[in-house]
Design a protein around this ligand. Sequence first.
Ligand SMILES: [Zn+2]
Length: 306
Amino acid sequence: MSYKNFNCLECGEEFGESKKLHMHLRSHKIIMGNYYVKHYPRKSLFDGELIPFKTLEQYMGSYFFDDAERDKWLESASTERVQAFLLKTFKDAFNKNNNEALTYNDIASSRLPSVESCIKTFSSYGLMCKQLGVKATLSKRIPSDFWTADLSKMTIMIDTREQTPFVYRNSISSKIDIGDYTAMGDDYDYTYVDRKAKGDFISTLSKANFERFKKEMQRVRDLESQIYVVVEAPIKEIKERKSFNRKQASVEHIFHNMREIQREFSDVCQFVFADNVEHAREITARILKCGKNIWGVDLQYFINNR
Ligand SMILES: [Zn+2]
């Protein structure tokens, strides 16, 4: 029975909306949480224990005590059960995203099961999306020479404002209109890299700078170019920090803003999280070498599942 018909299961009276039902529960001297746990008991798929009630939306949408327990279940349950669970979970998530598939970083920055669990179960994320009848926005495969292309003859232009620039065999310092790095000469291909240390990434997407960042993305679009925001830390490391100092936004808000940018500027901008500074240096050069050949590739997917 749906909890959304708002009939009181204590006395049978009909209400038609949640607010009226919840007011009415006082006459039975039962608090909202206890009412839902009594009449709509939800048990963890992992160990059958009752799931605690926090909010109605949380409670009715929960299958586990928490995400860690869910991930343990994904590792241990039968393939059929995991498949059914992932299909349902991602169907709901894609519905909320106008029936479009989410990118690797959309998923990694949210509370959804990992892309890796989809790969393990469906052999690729694309195949799962196909089963759900949605198309990925970034569906191209990574060029086969992404990791192997010869970079020795490429010259990289580095913006004069870079404080401690990445070191490359051939580079020049010059003022760049967008981002911090681009390729020169024959290698130039309308492709730019904006390099961000962990702290820069957070401040760029915080409230004070968010509108300015959007304006920059609009400028990239006007120049018919693409920019890759290369962050010098893995998303996991940023996610694990619950909140920054009091003046800064919570990490959830930062990632919310990142997803908003990725949606609004999916044709011009991608965020890429490297393992560390040296990894960021290498990825930057490889992005610039590939140029337009990596536009439309969900780069993070291929970096993390190399
Ligand atoms: Zn009642």
